[in-house]
Write a protein that binds this ligand. Structure first.
Ligand code: IMP
Length: 455
């Protein structure tokens, strides 16, 4: 099973993954890094995860960080130690030796690149994600396995740091030349010195390597996940971010630096595509976006404020306020295709209760031409004018009915909620996997019937 976001991230993947994680044998992350973040609430306790896959709370599972990920070792260790302190036992964790390592200078360059972009900044999470993926593709990145080999690590570090220092100073000169007032130059010089001090970086990162070794965290992911699948085990691949943030298929350049779509589950772990049988797209009942970029259905009035506040739409990673908009079926039909979705999980239905009305974008008008599906050119959304269908909002009592009635079929849904949900699945031409209408695990209906079909 692959679970991916269909919008710009923050669709509620964490909760959906956590729900299904209790039934599977392994949970695998295959892309992204600690730009992701989600909150899981179990028995009233809140857990914030950035790098660890959602199954970490289940002691009998194996959770995996695949080769397609970028890992900041410090963040990983902090998260792993914190969760082990709070829970007496956690899942077995495995990291691919081929996963990329976020180095201190990646975070520095994320900051410098954004400073230089000025008004056309992307609004990155400044976690070093883009520069780390850039180095991977430029073939000067570090793998997790490099942290286990002190001598070769030092040799490579010396070469890389030399180049990075030259580039960092050239960037600083450029920033001075451009007179960018929002950049604190004194602080910047200090950041460069810290991030590019060979001995400090060496000591720190070899220390992380020792931690990974002594905790037995590094193993052959391709083999382990591949064997599990070949032996009929149930593996859940947990996507991060969302389809519209995909480096190839998203709203470029306002995207993240990895492939967030479902086929990446195969590339980001090394297991065959034949295993990606069931692809669930998580769809929030409305849309949000963090950072810059096009957003045709953005709501700029008080309704947007109300939805944002009720939905707690603030980033788990950066705390930034998310922009809010109506559901966009044009983008969702596209997400269905690029991910080969077999079903959707519809989340946060409780947030839209009792509004004056609810709108859904059914078509775009781009320069007089109508589009039912997002055309695949990067700035297609720039000129899109959304055409809406209006729905009556459902009362809170319908959400209460979801909690109290034992609803197992779509035609048993309360009327207004039912009308909205049926319309979405009909227009996307997918089946319904799950409904979520509250943060707690209990506020969930699983239409796949997985809970009752597991061994
Ligand atoms: P980066 O991934 O830090 O390079 O950020 C690139 C863009 O992706 C920015 O607009 C971020 O706000 C957005 N982004 C990255 N990760 C997430 C996520 O997990 N949820 C929502 N937006 C994200």
């Amino acid at each position: 099973m692959v679970i991916v976001g269909t919008q710009w991230g923050d669709e509620g993947k964490g909760k959906v993954t956590d729900f299904y994680a209790s039934y599977v044998d392994m949970v695998v992350r295959f892309q992204g890094g600690n730009n992701a973040g989600h909150t899981i609430i179990v028995n009233g306790q809140e857990y914030k995860l950035h790098l660890l896959p959602s199954g970490i709370m289940h002691p009998t599972k194996v959770v995996v960080l695949g080769n397609g990920m970028v890992i900041d070792p410090k963040v990983f260790i902090d998260e792993y130690e914190t969760i082990r302190t709070r829970l007496s036992t956690v899942a077995k964790v495995i990291i691919s030796p081929r996963a990329s390592v976020i180095m201190p200078y990646h975070i520095l360059f994320d900051y410098l690149e954004e400073a230089l972009r000025g008004d056309s900044k992307i609004g990155t999470t400044k976690r070093g994600i883009g520069p780390c993926y850039a180095d991977k593709v430029a073939r000067c990145g570090f793998h997790i396995s490099d942290l286990l080999k002190p001598q070769t690590f030092m040799e490579k570090l010396k070469t890389v740091v030399l180049k990075k220092r030259a580039i960092a100073h050239a960037y600083i000169d450029l920033i001075k030349e451009m007179g960018l007032e929002h950049v604190d130059l004194d602080n910047l010089e200090a950041m460069v010195d810290r991030a590019l001090d060979i001995d400090t970086v060496y000591e720190e990162y070899i220390g992380y390597g020792n931690y990974f070794r002594t905790h037995n965290l590094i193993a052959d992911v391709t083999n382990i996940v591949g064997n599990a699948l070949a032996n009929g085990k149930w593996v859940l691949f947990e996507g991060a971010q969302g389809t519209l943030l995909d480096i190839d298929h998203g709203t470029y350049p306002f995207v993240t630096s990895s492939n967030t779509v479902a086929p990446m589950a195969s590339i980001g772990t090394g297991v065959g595509m034949q295993y990606l049988e069931d692809v669930i797209g998580v769809v929030k009942a409305y849309t949000t976006r963090v950072g810059e970029g096009y957003f045709p259905t953005e709501i700029k009035d008080r309704t947007g404020e109300i939805i944002g506040k009720r939905g707690g739409e603030y980033g788990t990673t950066t705390g930034r306020k998310r922009r809010v908009g109506w559901l966009d079926l044009v983008a969702l039909r596209y997400a269905k295709e690029v991910n080969s979705l077999t079903s959707i999980a519809l989340t946060k239905l409780d947030t839209l209760c009792d509004l004056d009305e609810i709108k859904v974008c059914v078509e775009y008008d781009i320069e007089g031409r109508k589009y039912k599906k997002l055309p695949s050119y990067p700035d297609a959304m720039a000129k899109a004018r959304p055409l809406y269908k209006h729905f009556d909002a459902w009362p809170q009592s319908e959400i209460e009915q979801l909690k109290t009635l034992r609803i197992r079929r779509i035609d048993e849904l309360p009327p207004r909620l039912g009308a909205y949900i049926k319309y979405i699945i009909k227009e996307m031409n997918v089946s319904l996997a799950l409904l979520s209408f509250g943060a707690d695990r209990n506020a969930t209906i699983d239409f796949k019937g997985i809970a009752s079909s597991v061994r």
